[in-house]
Design a binder for this molecule. Structure first.
Ligand SMILES: [Zn+2]
Length: 250
């Protein structure tokens, strides 16, 4: 009987020991290792780990400043056009105070829109001059030279073959009243302030701004605007650079 009790006691102790050992094992064993499924490659994981397909990076096509018919043609004494160059399409824009001036067809509607919005803002503009042929530019150049001397003439106007007016892409603008026409005092008019702030929205830039004669080669001409298209005008305007700097040094 005594031995029987002793055997029972040993059995209980062994059982308790087994339970304790079992609990210790459960506590110390790596968590989750037994329950986590073994990961197998799936279609989605295969996509994630494969080399990503190259994404198309938009490459900006540089503006054409060389072709004679390009609206961004850069023209000066080093980059002239031939005497017989005439733009393919010249039109007379239907704007008020237009004295039979023509321009390249691309800027007809932008010019009409700009004049209309300027009028709505309270400023009546005048298209003083647009396209000028090589012959007309030659005549004008010699008139200036005779009147002001060669060195001064070079500062106020381009040599024949070097004028944006021959491209049909330049306009000289003024007040409809004719006040300060082609004169530096136009810079003090409200119409000029409006043009300076808004012309780029229609594709025009001030081509010979104040303080830029060393760069442009032409004296400050607040009346002279150059059409380059809205997209380019917005970029040039935002850069704060002259057209020369923007395309030759940018
Ligand atoms: Zn001009």
């Amino acid at each position: 009987m005594k031995n029987h009790l002793k055997e029972k006691l040993i059995a209980v102790i062994v059982l308790c020991a087994c339970i304790v050992l079992g609990m210790v094992y459960l506590v110390l064993s790596p968590k989750g290792s037994a329950t986590e499924p073994v990961s197998t490659p799936t279609a989605s994981s295969a996509i994630e780990t494969s080399t990503p397909a190259p994404t198309a990076v938009p490459t900006e096509v540089p503006a054409d400043t060389v072709s004679d018919d390009s609206i961004t043609r850069l023209i000066d004494q080093e980059h002239t056009v031939s005497a017989d160059y005439v733009p393919a399409s010249l039109q007379q824009p239907d704007v008020t105070s237009n004295h039979m001036q023509t321009v390249r067809s691309e800027l007809v509607q932008p010019l009409i829109d700009m004049f209309a919005d300027a009028e709505s803002a309270g400023y009546d503009l005048k298209l003083v001059s647009g396209y000028r042929s090589y012959t007309e530019q030659t005549s004008l150049w010699y008139t200036y030279e005779e009147r002001h001397g060669r060195s001064y003439a070079q500062r106020i106007d381009d040599h024949p073959g070097a004028s944006e007016h021959q491209l049909g892409l330049a306009v000289d603008l003024g007040n409809a009243s004719g006040r300060c026409e082609l004169n530096a005092c136009f810079a003090y008019s409200d119409a000029y302030t409006w043009l300076k702030e808004n012309s780029y929205r229609y594709g025009f830039i001030e081509r010979y701004p104040d303080g830029a004669e060393q760069i442009t080669g032409i004296m400050y001409s607040p009346w002279h605007y150059r059409y380059v298209g809205i997209e380019e005008a917005e970029k040039i305007h935002a850069s704060g650079l002259t057209m020369d700097e923007y395309y030759l040094q940018h």
